[in-house]
Design a protein around this ligand. Structure first.
Ligand code: MD3
Ligand code: FE
Length: 199
């Protein structure tokens, strides 16, 4: 896609049954919720996390937290199937030894979107981010190192994995409003997993 950005079409397909079963367990312990940004806007994307650290936002700012602020409990453990998939994908993309400690889980229902942003709440930008798309397809916006760089558009489909490291790690990116549809396995939604080294 660009220097440091590798798209692995369909890489997660063989894992889809394990992934969806694990997702149900996670969401039962740490339900999806619409978080509020520091500016006071409720996000259209609903989120939860698994792993030793989870990304959260509220009126006080963005951070990684070992606990779910809704329940006070630690986030559910990262399932082995998640970790192995992320490590294999990073390896295939040329980022050896990736060991994520956080997995942010985004749920898009029709109309949900994510505006252009950089991911800079992690400690170590030398580690890549691995993203797994499941369910309905989305238009991913892939910009440059300046917010004003005009983004290119990529269609991400069920089972696609993208790995972002090196010079692509700090590019601006976002997701266009999700078009309505029905996916055979996941129904009327798109789920995106992003594996990160937060700490
Ligand atoms: C490029 N999620 O959670 S995944 C996010 O589809 C996020 O839910 C989008 O942006 C989603 O922060 C996009 C692809 C992605 C994720 C992280 C990146 C692309 C990235 C970090 C740096 C550069
Ligand atoms: Fe992001």
């Amino acid at each position: 896609m660009a220097d440091g950005a590798v798209l692995l079409r369909g890489f997660a397909k063989p894992f889809e049954a394990d992934l969806t079963a694990a997702l149900r367990d996670i969401a039962a312990q740490a339900p999806f919720r619409h978080m509020v940004t520091p500016g006071g806007h409720q996000m259209s994307v609903a989120m939860t996390n698994c792993g030793g650290a989870g990304w959260v936002t509220d009126r006080t700012g963005y951070r990684y937290d070992a606990r779910d602020p809704e329940t006070g409990k630690p986030w559910p453990a990262m399932p082995l199937s998640f970790r192995e998939l992320a490590e294999q994908a990073a390896d295939r993309a040329g980022f050896r030894g990736f060991s994520p400690d956080a997995c942010l889980i985004n749920r898009y229902q029709p109309g949900a979107r994510m505006s252009l942003h950089q991911d800079r709440d992690e400690n170590d930008f030398s580690a890549p981010i691995v993203s797994v798309s499941l369910g309905l397809p989305a238009i991913f916006l892939f910009g440059g190192l300046k917010r004003s760089d005009r983004p290119r558009r990529f269609r991400l489909e069920h089972g696609d994995i993208a790995v972002w490291g090196g010079p692509a790690r700090l590019v601006f990116h976002g997701v266009a409003p999700l078009a309505d549809g029905e996916h055979g396995l996941l129904g009327r939604q798109r789920i995106n997993l992003t594996f990160r080294k937060a700490r």
